[in-house]
Design a protein around this ligand. Structure first.
Ligand SMILES: [Zn+2]
Length: 114
């Protein structure tokens, strides 16, 4: 598999990322409405049961606020693997893949080249 995204799926990285976006929305550093990056539909957080989701394509600290704007329907599709993640183009990793994160090592590169 190519792509080169080696994600940190630890609880601390994911919690940090989610709390950071919650704070940022609260104090206005991230928007409460926008356009879904997957399907182009307008979406927002202001309605009850708001349809806008801020999706972390990376949980690395430097990307905590670098989120994708998605509507609820596309967000669900990305998480169940039926839609490619916008911007990265990847199919969202399964739970099993997240539990066993691949690290870029010379051994891996050698194996993939065979
Ligand atoms: Zn959408």
């Amino acid at each position: 598999m190519g792509g080169g995204i080696y994600e940190d799926w630890s609880a601390s990285a994911m919690d940090g990322a989610h709390h950071a976006t919650q704070r940022a929305v609260k104090d206005g550093r991230l928007p409460r409405s926008g356009v879904c990056e997957a399907c182009g539909k307008p979406c927002d957080m202001t309605r009850a049961g708001g349809s806008m989701k801020l999706h972390h394509w990376s949980h690395a600290r430097e990307h905590w606020l670098d989120v994708l704007i998605l509507d609820a329907s596309c967000h669900r599709k990305i998480h169940n693997g039926s839609l490619r993640e916008p911007r990265t183009g990847r199919v969202y990793p399964t739970v099993a893949e997240r539990r066993a994160p691949r690290r870029p090592t010379p051994t891996d590169a050698t194996r993939e080249a065979v």
